[in-house]
Design a protein around this ligand. Structure first.
Ligand SMILES: O=C([O-])CC(=O)C(=O)O
Ligand SMILES: [Mg+2]
Length: 619
């Protein structure tokens, strides 16, 4: 390779580059190592600004003791590391072991968070090595705990805080984020964190966690992702009095001031990161969530995960349940406990799915009943029906008795999005078992303590006949001597794949139908083995593959509806996605010629095996 092409790759001036490279690269190693340097850094920083220590300091570049001797010499980090050279597999074994020594999940979360701050590829390699085990530690339910203690947990910035006092300067603040090519933003204003309510700036754990899942579950390169918390104050009195609170100590701003702030944020994101930047809204409270989605979904590339992502995963569950019950969606009666953004989002997507079965909107709406804190959404109730749910109002006498109504309306599916832990009482579950042969029970509130009923309660009270899904994970259920592994109806099955598809083809909008497409793809991938185990979703460890499939379907839809911006359309979308996704293996950035013996590493599984192997070698 010529110096010209190296410079072209490095995108820098001849003299600056040559002085640096001459010193480091050409004196030690033949030219391909320059490509190696570029590959380490092209997603992150201009390579000619990097100095040796940066390769250890930046988690995006760091490999710890896995840097080989040749790399250490080339990069100028020899001596900054101990002499041993470890393989990534050995590092993984050490991390697995270290993590297992913590008894408490919050401590495990903190360990993982520090690993992410130190060595990004190792962090994602670890997560990918056992998704069902590690997902609950970086995501729900542990992330809820981390948010509640965020004042203690907060160490290093992993995202941007923009406060209401930054109004007029949002673009400038975005410029402070060191990575220039952000493509996906997850934003919260902290007002409805999971089912935990208003956590203000402590809510930052959520966009960080959600974007971790973009990478862990869909392979979106982490450098493309930016978590944002809009700090508009909090109405949570205990936080206002919490000495550790890290946000502004003021009541929430509302009305025009809030709307103008969000508008400026949206414009600033596009100005800074191009008009196709994807903006995921997360954990905004009603009515802001619904209002902002309606306002922005045709103007920006945006979606609300709690409304549309949750709807996608639940409709996928219902499509799968239809395979068990042999009843179409339109042959069920749906009763919701909770008529917030998630409930109405699910109800709307059920209507869309029924429309594809040929059911008219009027008929579809007739099959859906919602309860909120004031009871049934009835046109006759004194306080009226919230605007976002008007179409679901029924001409029935008002009632607050959800339990009795399960019987009255002959519900075949109950959907809990109420944040009231235990709200599906044994009596309600027993009634469901009387209503139909295979009642569907969705206890979706997060984290675990907010679930409307546990998996075990659902089985115990329906003679084991229920089809059950929860938002947070539950341990296996034992019923009649058999063990069932119920599914997690969590939006993590949907949003990473949808986002991957949207990002990969630079879609400029995300219509609701894309979530139906994702739901159908997810449902199609549930196997008979999954159903036999008692779950209506595939295993969590299948999500990375599923996300790629969802992404391909989403891209197909984007091309069909002129929403994509990558032209010409790639010939093979599967290959295009496979090339697009983030690689967690160090080997993937090593040039082919590279074959130093010390870099090969020993393939071992556990620390115990490493010790055994070492001892036997040194006998
Ligand atoms: O984060 C989760 O587990 C699901 C979700 O979006 C929420 O509950 O707000
Ligand atoms: Mg959420």
């Amino acid at each position: 390779m010529s110096i010209e092409s190296v410079l072209h790759h490095l995108n820098c001036s001849k003299t600056v580059a040559f002085n640096r490279l001459a010193k480091t690269v050409f004196t030690h190693i033949p030219e391909p190592i320059t490509i190696n340097i570029r590959k380490y850094s092209d997603e992150f920083l201009c390579p000619n600004l990097l100095r040796g220590m940066d390769y250890l300091r930046f988690p995006q570049l760091n490999k710890g003791l896995a840097f080989t001797m040749a790399e250490r010499q080339t990069l100028g980090i020899q001596g900054l590391l101990a002499s041993a050279v470890q393989s990534q597999e050995e590092q993984l074994a050490i991390c697995t072991y270290s993590l297992s020594r913590f008894k408490n999940n919050l401590n495990k979360h903190l360990y993982l968070s520090e690993l992410l701050d130190t060595n990004e590829r190792l962090f994602y390699e670890l997560l990918g090595s056992n998704i069902p085990k590690y997902l609950p530690l970086v995501y729900t339910p542990t992330v809820g705990l981390a948010c509640q203690r965020f004042g203690l947990v907060y160490k290093k910035p992993k995202g941007i805080f923009i406060s209401i006092h930054d109004k007029g300067r949002i673009y400038k603040i975005l410029r402070n984020w060191p990575i220039p090519h952000v493509r996906a933003i997850c934003v919260t204003d902290g007002e409805r964190i999971l089912g935990l309510g208003d956590l203000g700036a402590y809510g930052m754990g959520i966009p960080i966690g959600k974007l971790c899942l973009y990478t862990a579950l869909a392979g979106v390169p982490p450098s493309m992702c930016l978590p944002v918390t809009l700090d508009v104050g909090t109405n949570n009195q205990s936080l206002l009095e919490d000495p550790l609170y890290i946000g502004i100590r003021e009541k929430r701003v509302q009305g025009c001031e809030y709307d103008d702030f969000i508008e400026e944020f949206m414009e600033a994101c596009c100005e800074k990161y191009s008009h196709n930047v994807l903006i995921q809204f997360e954990d905004f409270a009603l009515p802001n969530a619904v209002r902002l989605l309606d306002k922005y979904k045709t103007r920006y590339c945006t979606f609300n995960d709690d409304i549309q992502g949750t709807a996608g995963v639940i409709v996928a569950g219902m499509l799968t349940a239809a395979r068990i019950t042999k009843k179409k969606l339109g042959e069920n009666i749906y009763l919701f406990l909770g008529a917030g953004s998630a409930g109405v989002g699910i109800a709307n997507l059920i209507c869309d799915a029924m429309a594809q079965e040929g059911v008219s909107e009027k008929e579809a709406v007739e099959k859906i009943y919602l309860f909120d804190i004031d009871g049934l959404l009835s046109t006759k109730r004194p306080g009226g029906i919230p605007k976002h749910a008007t179409k679901y109002g029924k001409d029935l006498e008002p009632t607050k008795d959800f339990g009795a109504f399960v019987k009255t309306c002959k519900a075949t599916a109950i959907i809990g999005v109420s944040t009231v832990g235990g709200a599906f009482t044994p009596a309600i579950l027993k009634q469901m078992a009387e209503n139909c042969e295979r009642p569907q029970i969705y206890a979706l509130s997060n984290p675990t303590i907010k679930a409307e009923c546990t998996a075990q309660e659902a089985y115990d009270n329906t003679e084991g006949r229920c089809i059950y899904a929860s938002g947070s994970p539950f341990p296996p259920v034992k019923y009649n001597g058999k063990e069932y592994h119920t599914g997690q109806g969590n939006n993590s099955y949907i949003f990473p794949g949808v986002s991957l598809g949207v990002l990969a083809c630079y879609a400029h909008h995300i219509p609701d139908t894309m979530f139906l497409t994702a739901a159908r793809c997810l449902a199609k991938n549930v196997t008979q083995k999954d159903l036999d185990m008692g779950r209506i979703y595939p295993s969590l460890s299948d999500i990375p593959i599923l996300s790629c499939k969802i992404a391909v379907d989403v891209m197909e839809e984007a091309y069909k509806n002129n929403l994509a911006s990558v032209y010409p359309k790639p010939k093979d979308l599967n290959k295009y996605i496979a090339d697009y996704i983030y690689k967690t293996k160090y080997d993937d950035v090593r040039p082919d010629f590279y074959d130093y013996p010390e870099s090969r590493g020993v393939q071992v599984k556990t620390v115990e095996e490493m010790v055994k192997q070492f001892k036997s070698k040194n006998k």
